[in-house]
Write a protein that binds this ligand. Sequence first.
Ligand code: ATP
Ligand code: MG
Length: 439
Amino acid sequence: MSVMLSAPRGTQDVLPSQSEKWQFVEETARKTAALFGFKEIRFPTFEHTELFCRGVGDTTDVVQKEMYTFEDKGNRSITLRPEGTASVVRVALSNGLLNDSLPLKVYYLTSCFRYEKPQAGRLREFHQYGVECFGSKEPIADAQLIASADAFFKALGIKNLHLEINSIGCPECRKNYHNALKEYFEAQKDALCETCKGRLEKNPMRILDCKSPVCSEIAKGAPKVTDYLCDECDEHFKGVQGYLEAMNIKFKVNPTIVRGLDYYTKTVFEFVSDEIGAQGTVCGGGRYDGLVETLGGPKTCALGYAMGIERLLLLLEAQGVAFPESDKCEMYIAPMGDKAKCKAVELVSLLRDEGFRADCDIMGRGVKAQMKYANKIGAQYVIVIGDNEIETGFANLKDMQSGEETKISLGDSFIKEFYDKKLSAACGDVLASFENLTK
Ligand code: ATP
Ligand code: MG
């Protein structure tokens, strides 16, 4: 195949046969966000590169290796968003959203771009559902945020996700920790990858998140951040755990989680699956009390998470979660001849005006081929209209599932008769399920 026709490496097409799965995840996200009081926020696909360098952090993998950065025709350095949080903070600051009554609670469903080595669950264009909450320093906010992710997974029907939490402290308690880390890694400097050698001075905690097998093996023996928390951070972390317990949300404290972005403080967490291979982190998030200030805003506590929709879909498939049935055509009209075609477009319009999913042939097919097509798309009812039907004003309404045929007027009472038919079929379904229940 020519290069032009193959999708760029690391991108994924969503075919019509798959899009309903995406819609299911997106609708569930929107519903859950609404339950927890998060409102949708949208932002541009690209921003000034500076925003991500500062927001995400110069020493992160994302900024060092993964950004899609280019110069536009006006010589500005532009970057396709690698994540949502920095953009959300930018929108909040440039529109004064933090001056309104807090907390500010927002969510987004958006594409992200990272130049990574593509593999299952790791793409160059991927999609995130994320939420952010601004204004609260309280541990109850962290617990509520985690609860919203937990509720989303429950609403999707996902099981066996492990919630792992950690606290990486505040800049104060992290000073001591950084020193301890430096000392530990300094002793094994020669074995570290080149990137991590550079991180040793600037941000030794990043080494804990390095994907290279050698570095991650060395990282296993590193000092634990939880042993270095100041009293306030320690108290905060205990508070979060207490609220999670009160909501009966199961978790494990994992002191090795540091997350891949530089802006986190105190609580960090991941929801991890062991059913979708190496890319098992479905959701990552935490508190980022310093980011708003770093980006030039007032000191504002904040927290959030983002989850990868592609990984979620992999997990839904792996667990065999039933996706809702797709919306099938309710009435297919098969016309024969020019007059019948006119009648067909008239009836299809009437049906659609009433909110019924209706369709008719636009391919010029014969009646047999039209019936075959109606069957293929799973149409519930079909009527064939030819000269005879136009003359008498009646047609046969065929129930495609039972094969049963009844007469339907093509005149003024057409819609009412179709409504009645649908209603009695629905009543029949309810009765049948009731009988099943009482059997
Ligand atoms: P990883 O450690 O897997 O690289 P990350 O720490 O870079 O993840 P975040 O920046 O926290 O991930 O993004 C949040 C979520 O977005 C991840 O948990 C994952 O589900 C998803 N995600 C991140 N990068 C990708 C990618 N390249 N392709 C698909 N999903 C991704
Ligand atoms: Mg990553």
